[in-house]
Design a protein around this ligand. Structure first.
Ligand SMILES: Cc1ncc(COP(=O)(O)O)c(C=O)c1O
Length: 469
């Protein structure tokens, strides 16, 4: 018998790089140091750290660089130039941190590098996604038979759900939108809130319904749709409501709207990027219960659930409709007996998002998620009362974890927000609420403590007094 000797060959990257085990350990050590130091750092990068970003701007290198040098550059120049969103005092936009188990799982999953398009490509990725989606359905009190998928964020979750709504509504009108497209299709009325999130309008544009071809229902002072202003619907329509206004956190009156929708056979979609998570708190559940009567739901796991970017969740009551809207077939893609993630999402190739979601939920348990939701809501109320006690105006009710504050005139409010963003103790966004400039505080991170809020409120009050003077 002939034996063949396998020549030992190194790839160019191996040749100039040492062992990948040492490299991965070095990356883990650097990541751990970053995590350790994040609480003591300014939330914004220093001007020196930002200036060093220039060092990365060079023409495409002709020659290779060792992986050790690449990692060192990334850590020395990149780490100080991050925004410290995971440190507990970042209150901008709606940005969660990362719970430790999800962070660690994400690091391991990066080494796995799984493509979970088909179950056969990643049995572990698909299995964890199945479990994670079951747990999420339970946690969010959604119907047990609804279909779910993990996507890149709430924008894509809104898109996924609205595409399913389009399939269902047009099918009822005798139109197969998947094969025939929209030219010549029956018209579908789309109802949104005056306060609809920009991502829903973006999703409406993607599916061919149009950003602006909508009936926008007026809202009240908290940003909730006014049911009495609803248009009369005499054909199956798409109604987009929200659980958690991006500014105020307020929730639309889902019970009344779902009842209205039933009489016209309409589809109710919930943008619950932020607020759907409140369903897991016994104290807030009554606000969320009516949303379970809707037809589809979008939420963001990378916000309040505190898993790493990017991770959104889409759920659709009619499982077969989501499948019809998203499925793809090709001769080289064997149809599995079990669920293949790509048949339920806009993407084909996709990373195994279920790993971090599973890890977060396994480590926190139901009580841990409830604790994050209830604690951050309590800390938002603490923020509001500290600022109100200092003489500043809280513009709306604090229903979840969002606070809007004015420091007086619009110019002064903008000046305070800008000065705070430069100072570095904490970071809050600016926004405009019903024509008035405001500072927008979102307490979304598991890492935020009472001490963080106290220190941040002291800083805001101090800066506001300085700006006023
Ligand atoms: C209510 C609402 N919907 C949708 C989105 C979009 O989410 P993402 O940026 O994850 O796509 C956001 C983001 O803040 C939001 O607050």
């Amino acid at each position: 018998m002939t034996t063949y000797e396998t020549p030992v060959q190194q790839t160019p990257a191996q040749a100039n790089g040492g062992s990948s085990q040492a490299l991965v350990l070095d990356a883990a050590r650097r990541a751990a140091a970053y995590v350790d130091g994040i609480r003591d750092r300014s939330v914004v990068p220093t001007p020196q750290a930002l200036a060093r970003l220039q060092e990365l701007c060079e023409p495409l290198p002709e020659a290779p660089t060792s992986p050790e040098t690449v990692l060192e550059l990334l850590d020395e120049i990149g780490s100080p130039a991050t925004i410290a969103t995971t440190g507990g005092r970042y209150f901008g936009f709606i940005i969660g941190g990362t719970v430790p188990a999800a962070l660690a799982a994400n690091i391991l999953a990066a080494a796995w590098d799984q493509n979970v398009a088909l179950r056969s490509m990643s049995p572990i990725g698909a299995a964890l996604e199945d479990v994670a989606l079951d747990w999420l359905r339970d946690l969010l009190s959604l119907p047990s038979g609804c279909a779910g998928s993990l996507v890149s964020g709430a924008t894509m979750a809104n898109f996924t759900c609205i595409a399913a709504a389009r399939t269902s509504l047009l099918k009822r009108l005798g139109w197969d939108v998947e094969s025939q497209g929209l030219f010549g299709a029956p018209s579908v009325t789309v109802v949104v809130s005056e306060e609809v999130h920009a991502s829903v309008r973006k999703a409406l544009a993607f599916v061919g319904f149009g950003r602006d071809r909508v009936v926008a229902v007026p809202t009240d002072g908290q940003g909730r749709m006014r049911v009495e202003c609803f248009p009369k619907l005499d054909s199956p329509s798409l109604i987009c409501i929200q659980a958690g206004n991006v500014n105020t956190g307020s929730l639309d009156p889902a019970g009344d709207i779902c009842a209205l929708a039933k009489s016209s056979g309409s589809w109710v979609h919930v943008d619950g990027a932020l607020g759907l998570w409140a369903a897991c708190s016994p104290g807030l559940q009554h606000l969320l219960a009516p949303f379970a009567n809707a037809d589809s739901w979008a939420a963001d796991a990378h916000k309040w659930l505190n898993v790493p970017y990017e991770c959104g969740v889409a759920f659709v009551r009619e499982a077969e409709t989501l499948y019809r809207a998203m499925n793809v077939e090709a001769s080289y893609l064997p149809a599995g007996v079990q669920r293949d993630p790509m048949r339920w999402t806009p993407e084909m190739s996709q990373r195994a998002r279920g790993v971090a979601v599973w890890a977060a939920l396994k480590s926190l348990g139901r009580s841990g998620v409830r604790d994050i939701i209830e604690r951050t809501c309590r800390l938002a109320r603490l923020f509001a009362s500290r600022l109100e006690d200092a003489g500043f105006e809280i513009l709306t009710d604090v229903v979840l974890n969002q606070v809007l504050v004015s420091f007086g005139s619009d110019d002064l409010t903008r000046a305070v927000t800008e000065a705070l963003q430069k100072e570095g103790t904490c970071w809050c966004s600016g926004s405009v609420w019903h024509g008035r400039a405001c500072m927008r505080i979102s307490v979304s991170s598991w890492a935020t403590t009472e001490l963080d809020v106290s220190r941040s409120a002291d800083t805001i009050v101090h800066i506001a007094k300085e700006c006023r003077a």
